[in-house]
Ligand binder design. Sequence first.
Ligand code: HEC
Length: 278
Amino acid sequence: MGFRCGILALAVAGLVVTGVQAAETAVPPRLNWSFAGPFGTYDPGQLQRGFKVYREICSACHSISLLSFRNLADHGGPGFTNEQVATIAADYKIKDGPNDQGDMFERAGRPADYFPPPFPNEQAARAANGGTLPPDFSVIAKARTYERGFPQFVIDMFYRPYQEQGVDYIVALLGGYEDPPPAGFDLPEGAHYNKYFPGHALGMPKILSDGAVEYTDGTPATAEQYAKDVSAFLMWVAEPHLDSRKRIGFQVMIFLVVFAGLLYFTKKKVWSAVEGHA
Ligand code: HEC
């Protein structure tokens, strides 16, 4: 009896603790993404706008070490032409060398180069950001996730896994600042209160404001729209082959259905002789 009571008490305590944690960090709202669901695809216009936001704002602190300029023209991506990619690459300075004299030198970027990092090393990045490190963006949209809580996680387990948690989180984070922080919260020096960041003390200041990036396609130039576009761009960076993965998955499903039908008729034919003798 005592043992059972103990287990019950533990279970209740566990529920209480999870409840308290859930109440602490806000759950990012679920958004609609063009690339969600089994038939989702990226919207090239959105990826181009997101790239612009990254390039003009986020790239001051965040690297994308696994992305090369020529990827911007890849199928299923932002859809830049090779000429546009060459122009974008040429805007960047790339460290190269050593030359015949043994010296390193700088040259204009070429499509095959990778995006250069904003800081020469981790120490420099931390020194410029109050001791915190701006993470690399190569896989961040897939690396960040959060608990969706009951009953969503049961649905996720049996239905299909929800794959847009990372982008929902980034959008929420970029707009999740509160200044001043809620009464009673002890914010460390140099940190910024963000209700979606675990622990709430974020090293990154509020970055986006309306009108900071110019859009030429008529999309509203608001902080919220920038956040969505840059997050979609980061999703593409983290999963560049999503479009073809979903297309091939669908073709495989059709193939399996047809194949199952063929097997059924083959089975009927092969066994028909046996059935006849019965
Ligand atoms: C002034 C520098 C700076 C700029 C500009 C900047 N960030 Fe950050 N960012 C940081 C720092 C520093 C951190 C690490 C904060 C920490 O760990 O407390 C960070 C962390 C993040 C994180 C990770 C949060 C987590 O869960 O760990 C994301 C996502 C992010 N930034 C997105 C962006 C996006 C998108 C942009 C452009 C719209 C951007 N940042 C622009 C400095 C910057």
